[in-house]
Design a protein around this ligand. Structure first.
Ligand SMILES: NC(=O)c1ccc[n+]([C@@H]2O[C@H](COP(=O)([O-])OP(=O)(O)OC[C@H]3O[C@@H](n4cnc5c(N)ncnc54)[C@H](OP(=O)(O)O)[C@@H]3O)[C@@H](O)[C@H]2O)c1
Length: 260
């Protein structure tokens, strides 16, 4: 099996994230087929990655590759997967990138095909800074597992996890950047409004964020002690609102994506 030939069924955000991560690392597989119902999505992808082959509304070529990534939302699985079962090579590896749909369910939808892995990559993979948990189905041997791990290696840190933990990683690591990015961009904007240049504002927010994380992991202080290192908390009034939003919304999304 070669890792130089892969297919993506679904050419949306996660396909673009992974392709760009590989391209930046000089690890874009030599043969990439991407299928999607949306012609405009595929045109944009092809413009960014001219070497890829695209198929509008026909998943057969992508599903015929040795490694097939499923970049589909969970709701599309039941309708889409049965069509792929006749096209998959017997020695292919199917790597689902979706939460909620278990390896057992995927296998059932693929007519018993069982060479399946699941991964929940996160968006920083686009710059090789991903945190990407992978769970392997029992039918995958060492060689197939190594193939999948080698594909994820250029995208950042990858770790093998138990399948039931994947949804927790989805809510924390995969969706996590969306909890932070709006705040960090706003902070950058505020720094600009206080007179810093674009460059200084971006560097300040980036270095502050890295330092805050290092303090959490390296200071040896408790969470309360870390948060007490700074006496002035201008957002103190809003903190309970944020905390409540985390508890309410993340619990709700976890309930939605937890396998039945
Ligand atoms: N984005 C991330 O950071 C991220 C991270 C980890 C996991 N994931 C998972 O990856 C999956 C895809 O997410 P995404 O962010 O890439 O969403 P997305 O941008 O909406 O991409 C999904 C793509 O699949 C296409 N599609 C729908 N039905 C299809 C079918 N039957 N055959 C082929 N393609 C089909 C969609 O086309 P239409 O738009 O025309 O319907 C869309 O272009 C989800 O399960 C998500 O949870 C995403």
């Amino acid at each position: 099996m070669t890792t130089q030939s892969i297919g993506f069924v679904g050419g949306g955000r996660i396909a673009r994230i992974m392709l760009e991560g590989w391209r930046r690392a000089g690890a874009l597989p030599g043969h990439v087929v991407v299928s999607d119902p949306n012609a405009a999505t595929l045109e944009a992808l092809k413009a960014q990655f001219p070497s890829i082959q695209t198929c509008v509304g026909d998943n057969c070529a992508a599903a015929g590759e040795p490694v097939v990534f499923l970049g589909l939302h969970p709701a599309a699985f039941a309708e889409t997967l049965p069509w792929l079962s006749g096209v998959l090579r017997p020695d292919a590896v199917v790597v689902s990138l979706a939460p909620k749909v278990t390896i057992d369910l995927i296998s059932g939808l693929l007519g018993g095909f069982d060479r399946i892995a699941r991964a929940i990559p996160n968006a920083p993979s686009i710059v090789g800074a991903g945190f990407n948990p992978i769970a392997f189905g029992p039918a995958l041997g060492e060689r197939a597992r190594a193939t999948v791990r080698a594909l994820f290696a250029p995208l950042g840190e990858s770790l093998v996890v138990d399948e039931p933990d994947l949804e927790a990683y989805a809510v924390t690591a995969a969706m996590g950047p969306t909890y932070l990015w709006f705040q960090l961009y706003e902070l950058r904007q505020m720094a600009r409004s206080f007179g810093l240049s674009d460059e200084a504002a971006a560097a300040t927010v980036a270095q502050m964020t890295r330092g805050a994380l290092d303090t959490m992991s390296e200071s040896g202080l408790s969470p309360a002690e870390v948060m007490d290192l700074v006496a002035v908390h201008p957002l103190a009034d809003a903190e309970p609102i944020f905390v409540e939003a985390y508890r309410t919304h993340l619990t709700a999304v976890m309930e939605r994506i937890r396998p039945a």
